[in-house]
Design a protein. Sequence first.
Length: 417
Amino acid sequence: MRIVLLTIGSRGDVQPFVVLGVELKARGHEVVLAAGAEFRSMADRAGLGFRALEALPAGYADSVLRDPKVQAALRRGPSMYRMAMAAPRLTGAQQQALIDEMVAAGEGADMVVNTTLTRIGALGRPDVPWCSVASWPVTETAAWPALGAPELPLGGGYNRFTHRAMGALEWLVYRPSVNRGRTAAGLPRLGLRSPFRDDGVTRPLLYQFSPHVFAPPADWPEHCHITGYWSDDVRWDNPAEVTEFVERGDPPLVATFGSAWAVDGPGLLAASVAAAAATGHRLVVVGGPDSPLPAGVEAIRTESADFVWLLPRAAAVLHHGGQGTTAAVVSAGVPQVVVPCYADQPVWASRMATLGVAPPPVPFSRLTGDRLAAAVRTAVDDPAIATRVAELAAAVRADRGVAAAADVIEKHAVTWR
């Protein structure tokens, strides 16, 4: 079976699809990753086919986060609406070209696996079965409001309304471009009802996190699948100086802020260094500004690291709450301090605190060295957190994760026909 994995975004958005592709390839399928051109080498290393989405400017996700207006909006708080209003937009021609490329990527496929951002391409090729992948809960429920909606004590009816409203707004944005493509292909135009309301109802919606972290609510439809984290056993080479640094002393703090480094790298680095100095910890910085580390704290910086080796050796991990990083820290079984910045990061930051594996999050908009240091002290000194991180790690490691996702994909490809 020829399976196309269609995704856009940063490395954290693409890496899980590569992990899924490796699993599907091991089962005998031909797998093609369709993503931004900068991810070709990632597909090559995994032995996957590759199709570049050329209409998307290289490094687009990173460039949005480096935009001064976006950075100013995020310093006020993690509002998705405020960030969207500040973000530079693709032109109408660029958006149409991108959607056309998404449609073309499914040519010759027996199955297409999309993200919630690329599923618009599936609407231009109704002859190919498809499903979607989400990295945070997007399915309508009475249990909680939609991401970005205010949490108000108005009950399940209000919560359901927020999901319907957000879905309608999303479809309002994409519908004109989708219908232009469908008209050009001789397909009927789609109406005002969002076709994505059927995700999880008539076709699978895969959630790439653990049911031990976010259990499905009772009112979710049957084709919503929380599979477990999509992790792999690939090991990365640690720079020799990082290995030597970690092994020669007490467990260090690890500061790894992923895409959030692009928003305010100097500020995140300064707060991390201050927290390490105030709490008497050594510090390993993964990523971040390529500048000399301040004196006064024993620290080392590396552009990349083998998280499978490094994170279990940390006293605590300071991170932004990206879904992939959160998965790695939970699986490592160590305390964490989360500084959520945007998108789904506040969701995971709140969830970690609720599960007892982290202190209350330190909002990016209110970050200081003192606040971060106070959270570090709680994370490393609270025996309840130490117990809970071990319990949760054992539970999520038992999930089938990417294997469960591959099972669903194979079954859908067969039953769809």
